[in-house]
Design a protein around this ligand. Sequence first.
Ligand SMILES: Nc1ncnc2c1ncn2[C@@H]1O[C@H](COP(=O)(O)OP(=O)(O)O)[C@@H](O)[C@H]1O
Ligand SMILES: [Mg+2]
Length: 243
Amino acid sequence: MDKENLVELKNIWKKYKIIGKFKKSLRESISSFFKEKEEIEDDEFWALEDINLTLKKGECISIYGPNGSGKTTILKLISSITYPTKGEINIKGKVAPLISLGAGFHNDLTGRENILTNGSILGMSIKEIKEKEESIIEFSELDRKFIDMPVRKYSTGMNTRLGFSVAVHSTAEIILLDEILAVGDEKFREKCHEKIKELKETKSIILVSHHMDIVRSIVDRIVYIKKGKIVEEEEIKKESRQN
Ligand SMILES: Nc1ncnc2c1ncn2[C@@H]1O[C@H](COP(=O)(O)OP(=O)(O)O)[C@@H](O)[C@H]1O
Ligand SMILES: [Mg+2]
């Protein structure tokens, strides 16, 4: 592994299977059951094809592309939520992923309990989490009356804000942010924007967002992806960032 790199994806291919009921009608399912293997394999597709990607220490990059192009899959591979079909992944350091909305939260646990479980998943000790708890809740702007209620009572915005807050308070070196700017109002988006700029000083970040203006004002490099393939990489010069 290159000394400067915290993340290396080398020739990564990821195949997904589309299973029965989502794609096929019952009749098609029954008929394919009696068919030869090749035809069943028609239901597999490559979500990623030969991806080569690196994240250096201190770098902040964005993966940019249309819906379904494989951005979340890349972040899931980096955080070991899923595994590649082919290729090599090297990671140096702890990863704090904020991927699906309310990432990793348990519906039946309260906000406070989720801070604890999520924080430990992100590699913090109980002591560290307890010390940061107030600041986590404060940053999330969650109404205090909710913090001891099960998160199933939270809105998606509330879940994401709390998830984002835990992730940014974690001690992980690598932070993965998947469309967090898409939720919440303008004010919270601006706050996230500011927080990401601040995090850049100490962490390495991969930001997935459709807000191109925000992306361009933060990141060092944009990796463009289309239908599972990297099509272009663009360095963003510091001078051109309108901070
Ligand atoms: N668990 C899964 N099983 C089957 N297909 C999946 C799964 N997760 C994602 N996909 C498919 O893989 C492709 C890439 O998805 P994703 O990485 O979520 O894209 P993006 O984040 O860029 O919108 C899409 O076609 C999506 O439907
Ligand atoms: Mg996605």
